[in-house]
Design a protein around this ligand. Structure first.
Ligand SMILES: Cc1cc2nc3c(=O)[nH]c(=O)nc-3n(C[C@H](O)[C@H](O)[C@H](O)COP(=O)(O)O)c2cc1C
Length: 332
């Protein structure tokens, strides 16, 4: 039934132009972004990078700018609070081959908010506007802004915000449908995203809780947004992008051997730029996301947390393939 509705869905064309992998610090590194582009994400964004760190030439911040041409179109996401830092950062990143610059006005983390950055900017609209202006006037790249629906139910973003951002040069706005006070819990408030869509002169990309192709389509239909941004629902399941772009949700389910080869590809790409002493701790975080939702997953996850060399990984992936094959046989 839903499948039929999907095939009829006239919005399909719209979101194939805007099916974006959400930036997720610590998760959406270059390797995962490449995997998601191969699966059909139409754009990706770097993890958030401190504008101040770039101006200071911090090595940590500069490492976050690494990307591979296969990821393009790729945006770089900047966070901070001082327009001067954004001016310098925009100038610098504009020379590196990125396709757009995104401004973070949604991060709810205490440390970020207490410094006046991230979603703190939603209660300081003049500062946010000054930042958008600082970036727009120091780059020829399109500028986008990622916001939440407000600080709290008592302090939603004003209806005038989308036009203000557009007036300073924002070409699109991504909206995570939660207040800062929600952090990451509770249901996404689709009606509030829809309010922003209605008030925005530029395309809005809806974001929040798309864990499946159906969730994603519901979010799109409920909000009338021009595009979708998917975060946690893609971790361990980059096939969600394939389900959305092919118009066949069932295509989203990969064969066991494809799961295994995807993890190997991700591992090989990660080893290109992560030193071996850090590789396995970072890989384990990614690997665990793939090991869920089938019989035997909990046990296997227990062993996967110990992976610290290629041989261990190979053993875990052999077991994973067997469990996935058994699961498929049970479900067929
Ligand atoms: C671990 C983690 C890291 C995140 N890092 C960022 C970030 O660097 N920049 C940003 O704008 N949002 C960040 N987010 C928020 C996501 O981009 C997204 O807005 C949020 O997870 C809701 O979408 P989802 O339900 O599809 O995951 C992060 C979320 C998570 C869970």
């Amino acid at each position: 039934m839903y499948m039929f509705a999907f095939m009829e869905n006239s919005t399909l064309r719209k979101y194939t132009h805007g099916l974006v992998l959400a930036p997720m610090a610590g998760s959406t590194d270059s390797a995962f972004r490449r995997i998601c582009r191969r699966m059909g994400a139409t754009a990706v964004v770097t993890e958030m990078v401190a504008a101040a760190g770039l101006s200071r030439r911090s090595v940590k911040s500069h490492k976050l700018l690494r990307f591979n041409n296969e990821e393009k179109p790729i945006g770089v996401q900047l966070f901070g609070k001082r327009p001067g830092d954004f001016e310098r950062a925009a100038e610098l990143v504009s020379k590196l081959g990125f396709d757009f610059i995104d401004i973070n006005a949604g991060c709810p983390v205490k440390k970020v908010v207490n410094s006046g950055s991230g979603s703190a900017l939603l209660r300081n609209i003049p500062a946010l506007i000054a930042i958008v202006r600082a970036v727009s006037s120091n780059t020829s790249l399109p500028v986008t802004v990622k916001i939440r629906i407000g600080w709290s139910p008592e302090e939603p973003v004003p209806d005038s915000l989308p036009a203000l951002l557009a007036g300073e040069g924002a070409a699109a706005i991504a909206v995570h449908g939660r207040y800062r006070s929600d952090m990451f819990s509770g249901e996404v408030r689709k009606g509030e995203i829809e309010r922003i869509v209605r008030n925005s002169p530029v395309p809005v990309i809806a974001n929040g809780d798309s864990r499946s192709v159906c969730d994603a389509l519901d979010l799109l239909d409920a909000t009338g947004a021009a595009g979708l941004m998917i975060g946690r629902g893609s971790l361990g399941n980059p096939w969600i992008f394939r389900g959305l772009t092919t118009g066949e949700p069932l295509d989203a389910y990969p064969l066991p051997r494809e799961v295994i080869s995807t993890i190997w590809q991700q591992y090989e790409m990660m080893s290109e730029y992560i030193p071996v002493n850090h590789l396995y701790s970072i890989l384990r975080g990614q690997l665990l996301k793939y090991i869920r939702g089938f019989r035997g997953a909990a046990d296997l996850r227990g062993r996967a947390v110990g992976v610290d060399c290629r041989e261990d990984l190979s053993d875990i992936l052999s077991e994973l393939e067997e469990l996935l094959i058994a699961e498929r046989q049970r479900n067929s």
